[in-house]
Design a protein around this ligand. Structure first.
Ligand code: CTP
Ligand code: MG
Length: 551
């Protein structure tokens, strides 16, 4: 009986699993839905989180067939959806209709006994499905269709863009090629849910929520997974005062500040992930950062993860970005393209440093879109005026209120082409008075800079913070210089019309070629960076290539 030859084992953390993360290739997602049919951000998050609770992650044999796989799993209940992907082996995400199916699967699973290694008996939703008579798997292709989890290489993207008919179409193609797939988003929510199981050992009613590019609609396949441990439901902060005689002793353990509390929570959760987190490797506790975090690689999903705690403001800013991305199709296309342009030229990096971050860059694009004669998107103050009573929210003393119902926001009248907007974006920042002015998307207007940092972008919800405090003068100058060059290239007639044969990079594709940023080829020779900057960039590119498995 073929079914009996299959058996599940719970996945355990073993000491030998310290391997780098591998990423896969990409797939297209469907067109964006019309504004009114979109669910509110909050509803969407709740729905995905609930789906993740009913899901499991299964490490499979290369030789598994879909039929056998389903045959075995459906014994535990109805399956809503499933898919396979590769990350050092074949994995499957399975979403059951009911949560009981997960328990049934876990109850029937065995605990692996590994010679010379002991395992920690933690019952996770990460399982392995092994064939009893394994065949030689070296070099074999998986028997099931595996969905891509990382984007196409830049050279392939440039080729694809060069075949487009217009620059507008190029920007949309880039977005379609790079955006997170439905499956990648599901896997991200599942990883959060798996981590919640671990954190629940300390805080049974906690939630682990994704934020940042996983949920803001600007995420690129393969991007990091930002998440935070949400203890709001049990923090007592939202509890009404009762007249009862008892107070909970566990909430009375005092520390000197909110920050110290976050640090001690992350310290124990970090330890827990390190010691008992199935598939979690390379755990680093970065508790002295402005926003303390635990960083690690989740090997079965291939995600680089950043876990913070009580980071509700960051979730609000992700919601704001989601909202802006939903208002007009051009917003996402422009943000994706500018982010890609910045990444290929080393203006942004996956490593923290003195360079622009994707978040800063996105806010800069939004600000530019608010500044058009006929604005493409409204200001944050306008979104606040449109808010209903349910939208009112104050987090850590900051008013984070803005409208959540997309249909209350008027569709913009601006009809500029993406080609024009892209060119104008470069022009706008090539000439921006960074020395004097601060970027402010709440007002949609420049403000006088409150301090001397080279680039000042006011945090939309924490006005005293500068989103780009980390950026130094050299990095800002590189951005401005590149914006000038790109604006100039786009203004040239020949780079604006499609190549007849489709084999020459033109338009957006031309802007992504390395030559744009090479000093020798630029209109004006750029100032050489200090040696330390060049060494940093070199190290960065080596590290990036290694991460992506390139040579
Ligand atoms: N954030 C912030 N202030 C910063 C940096 C980040 O408030 N100076 C918040 C934002 O809400 C941002 C989130 O933290 O969306 C995650 O930051 P980051 O990972 O840098 O940005 P992403 O949008 O996730 O982009 P990436 O794809 O580069 O991860
Ligand atoms: Mg991120």
């Amino acid at each position: 009986n073929s079914i009996e030859r299959l058996n599940f084992t719970s996945w355990r953390q073993t000491s030998s699993s310290n391997v780098a993360v591998k990423k896969e290739t990409t797939r297209r997602k469907d067109e964006a839905e019309p504004v009114d049919e979109r669910k509110s951000f909050y509803m969407l998050q709740e729905e995905r989180q609930e789906q993740a609770e009913r899901s499991v992650l299964i490490s499979c044999s290369h030789k598994i067939t879909e039929k056998r796989f389903l045959n075995y799993l459906s014994r535990h209940g109805d399956i809503n959806t499933f898919f396979f992907y590769e990350s050092f082996g074949v994995y499957a995400v399975v979403e059951f209709s009911k949560k009981e199916s997960v328990a049934s699967l876990q109850d029937g699973a065995s605990i692996p006994s590994i010679e010379h290694e002991a395992t920690v008996p933690f019952k996770s939703r990460l399982l392995s499905l092994k064939l009893n008579n394994p065949v030689d798997q070296s070099g074999s292709q998986p028997s099931v269709q595996c969905l891509p989890q990382s984007p196409v290489p830049i050279s392939e993207l440039i080729q694809k863009l060069s075949k487009a008919d217009s620059i507008d179409q190029q920007l949309y193609t880039l977005t379609d090629t790079y955006e997170l797939t439905e499956e990648s988003i599901r896997l991200r929510f599942l990883v959060c849910s798996l981590l919640k199981d671990i954190a629940a050992a300390y805080f049974p009613e906690c939630t682990v929520r994704p934020f940042g590019s996983t949920v803001n609609q600007f995420g690129k396949l393969g991007c990091d997974l930002d998440m935070f441990l949400d203890l709001d439901a049990i923090s007592g902060r939202n509890l009404k005062k009762t007249a009862g005689a008892f107070s909970l002793e566990y909430q009375m353990k005092r520390v000197s500040s909110e920050r110290a509390a976050t640090q001690s929570i992350l310290s124990v959760i970090g330890k827990c992930i390190e010691q008992f987190g199935p598939g979690c490797v390379g755990v680093q506790k970065i508790l002295n950062a402005r926003c303390p975090l635990v960083r690690f690689a989740h090997q079965p999903s291939g995600f680089q993860c950043d876990l913070t705690a009580n980071n509700r403001i960051a979730l609000k800013s992700s919601e704001l970005l989601y909202l802006y991305g939903s208002l007009d199709r051009r917003v996402r296309a422009l943000v994706f393209s500018v982010r890609c342009w910045a990444r290929v030229h080393g203006i942004t990096s996956s490593i923290p440093g003195a360079w622009l971050t994707n978040f800063s860059l996105t806010v800069m694009v939004l600000f530019f879109l608010q500044k058009r004669n006929s604005p493409v998107i409204p200001t944050l103050d306008r979104l606040k005026e449109l808010a209903g009573p349910m939208d009112k929210v104050t987090i850590e003393g900051n008013d984070c209120t803005f409208v959540s119902n997309l249909s209350k926001i008027n569709v913009p009248e601006n009809t500029e082409t993406l080609e024009h907007l892209l060119q104008e974006f470069f022009e706008f920042y090539a000439n921006f008075a960074f020395g004097r002015l601060s970027i402010n998307i709440r007002k949609g207007k420049e403000q006088n800079k409150p301090d001397a940092s080279p680039l000042h972008i006011q945090n939309p919800f924490e006005p005293s913070l500068n989103v780009s405090k980390n950026v130094n003068q050299t990095q800002l100058e590189r951005f401005v210089e590149l914006a000038k060059e790109s604006s100039w290239i786009l203004a040239q007639g020949e780079s604006r019309s499609p190549s007849r044969t489709g084999d020459q990079a033109w338009g957006l594709a031309a802007l992504l070629l390395p030559s744009v940023s090479q000093p020798g080829k630029s209109r004006k020779r750029r100032k050489r960076e200090p040696a330390s900057e060049r060494i940093k960039s070199l190290l960065e590119s080596l590290k990036t290539n290694k991460l992506h498995g390139k040579t």
